[in-house]
Design a protein around this ligand. Sequence first.
Ligand SMILES: C[S@@+](CC[C@H](N)C(=O)[O-])C[C@H]1O[C@@H](n2cnc3c(N)ncnc32)[C@H](O)[C@@H]1O
Length: 242
Amino acid sequence: MSPAGSSPIGAPPHIHALLTKLHKLSIDQEAELQKSKSKNNDGSSRFVSSTAAEPTDFDALMRDKFIALDEDKCHFVYQLIRAKGATTIVEAGTSYGVSTIYLALAAGRNAKALGKAGATVIATEFEVEKAGAARAYWKECGESVEGVVDLRVGDILETLKEGVRDVDVLLLDIWAKLALPTLTLMQPKLRPGAVVLVDNTVAAAGGYKELLEYMKAPGSGFTNIVVPYSGGFEMSVYYPPL
Ligand SMILES: C[S@@+](CC[C@H](N)C(=O)[O-])C[C@H]1O[C@@H](n2cnc3c(N)ncnc32)[C@H](O)[C@@H]1O
């Protein structure tokens, strides 16, 4: 968590209050999950699960869980988007839309500051009820969030096939097995210099093995570092190989 009073987020008080409430809900749920923990496939992570085509007990357990990106990571992502002047963001895994609020605020501010027509955060969620709740939270935020998000409900490997281009930032905050297929689907749509962020890559290294091997392979076009937030937060920059 960032020290009190150090939030870089430019937003009115009601959005700050909502974010504080939602992060707390998420943290409380995770604490409960930890108590009853046992079902992850390889025991290493909250992010090891099925693909959408093969739902498991894990999916049932996670159906009503926030699993929101930690607040300090959200602040980092917000700052990175602002620094980059990014206006087209894809979020793989939206849940109740907590991280999405940060993405939308940052991208929207960039569009205004840079005199661009608008910004877009393409958000993706498989669970219909989560998607509905996320929409309600964004509405509560107002136009600076609601007006920026393009929510696609369904299996990400279908919903991102069309209508995505010139992506500045891709946030992979989805079950680990979907990370590599999502990345390869998005790769042709990434702008040169695009940033790819992946949560929990140290704590869930087993689940992310294939993704990390793919991004770290010589000639992949990706350069990678781990930002040392809890669980590890992978930050990669992509330039298509020449
Ligand atoms: C870690 S949570 C996302 C948290 C969110 N980024 C936040 O910070 O609030 C991952 C989400 O991915 C969703 N998900 C899992 N499989 C999916 C799929 N095939 N297509 C779209 N979303 C999926 C899950 O339902 C879950 O809500």
